[in-house]
Design a protein around this ligand. Sequence first.
Ligand SMILES: *Cc1c(COP(=O)(O)O)cnc(C)c1O
Length: 454
Amino acid sequence: MKNRKITLSEQEIPEKWYNIIADMPNKPLPPLHPETKEPIGPEALAPLFPMELIKQEVTTDKWVEIPDEVRNIYSIWRPTPLYRAYGLEKALDTPAKIYYKYEGVSPAGSHKPNTSVPQAYYNKQEGIKRITTETGAGQWGSALAFACNHFDIECEVYMVKLSYQHKPYRKVMMNTWGANVFPSPSEATEAGRKILAKDPNTTGSLGIAISEAVERAATNEDTKYALGSVLNHVKLHQTIIGQEAVAQMEKVGDMPDIVIAPFGGGSNFAGLAFPFLRLNFDEGKNIRCIASEPTSCPKLTRGVFRYDYGDTVGMTPLLPMYTLGHNFVPAPIHAGGLRYHGAGVIVSQLLKDKLIEASAHDNIEVFEAGVTFARSEGIIPAPEATHGIATAIAEAQKCKEEGISKTILFNLCGHGNFDMKAYEDYFAGNIVKHELTSEEINRSIAELDTPEIK
Ligand SMILES: *Cc1c(COP(=O)(O)O)cnc(C)c1O
């Protein structure tokens, strides 16, 4: 029998997270105050996040200790398996060797609990009673609900009303772990009430849901806010994925030439890729890392490197990032987790410095890739995850054309078991290829009134 699944023991769960900032040749530029546009320090984040996470947001230490209690909860599903994709290799008839790291084995079904658990832990340490957040498709909300339940913290989730109505099972999942889920906009906040008064039938947006969650945290002493992507501490926590993958590849005496992951705000990409980039920095290896995004939200491949707001309203600090402009509204593709206008700060700087690459795939291509994968490997991927598969397939096909073998590793960051509507739409021929014109992109970028980066 071939060795398909490469596993590690619980004792091999990494003891530290890897902070790539320590190794970056150009450090990320500072965030700016949204109004004064002057650099701000970490203390500006204190109303929203516990101190320990703020420290992790700005630390330049190369390694950060993972608390025992967090490792203990990680052991429910970690180390996650790394698979050799024999079935996919055969289906593609490629000389390439393909591997994937599978994060869908977590209780919430994606990589997101890797950060929700430590975030809930540090909040608990600082006596916080309630954590608020927003969720679009429901992946982040369910990961945070799972983590808060573990630490007996109240969890309040503002779920974009459209998803609340269309994805009832993600909501029930959050309820099962004890979270309160509100369709956003809600009557629970000033921001929500204002919007409902104007338009009682609105289906909501991620920008509105963020405003509601932030308002609750900012106006209650015992309440903090949590974010599931983009920020440095979120990327830090996710590096557990790549550290395990490095150990698993070493275990089979192989090493990837190419590492690939889907890209929304950058956390699962960072999680898998940063520990391999460390090998480039420390050992002079030359591993290519590619972020995969949808052509309908192409901030990495067609955006600009600029200071921009994290939200639509313009309340967050200005961050230096690849962006399509905070007013950019992506087409309503099923990969809800990738519909964000900007990229995290660290990943943006790495792309600017050409230390990583990016590629984009259209809506039809990713579903073809997802179905090819489901039929050759068995696991049904989340719509977000199909983007990484599409890049892996494209690279494997290049190997076939050129008659060379390369080793490819990608992140299967979540399963699609709650996303049957997406697959149903695909099989019914209701998925359309959406062409984004340069005019559309230039319009939202032209609306930016934020400082240029020289
Ligand atoms: C949230 C999510 C993403 C996008 O977020 P990143 O921070 O870029 O990882 C991608 N895939 C899945 C399954 C998600 O839940």
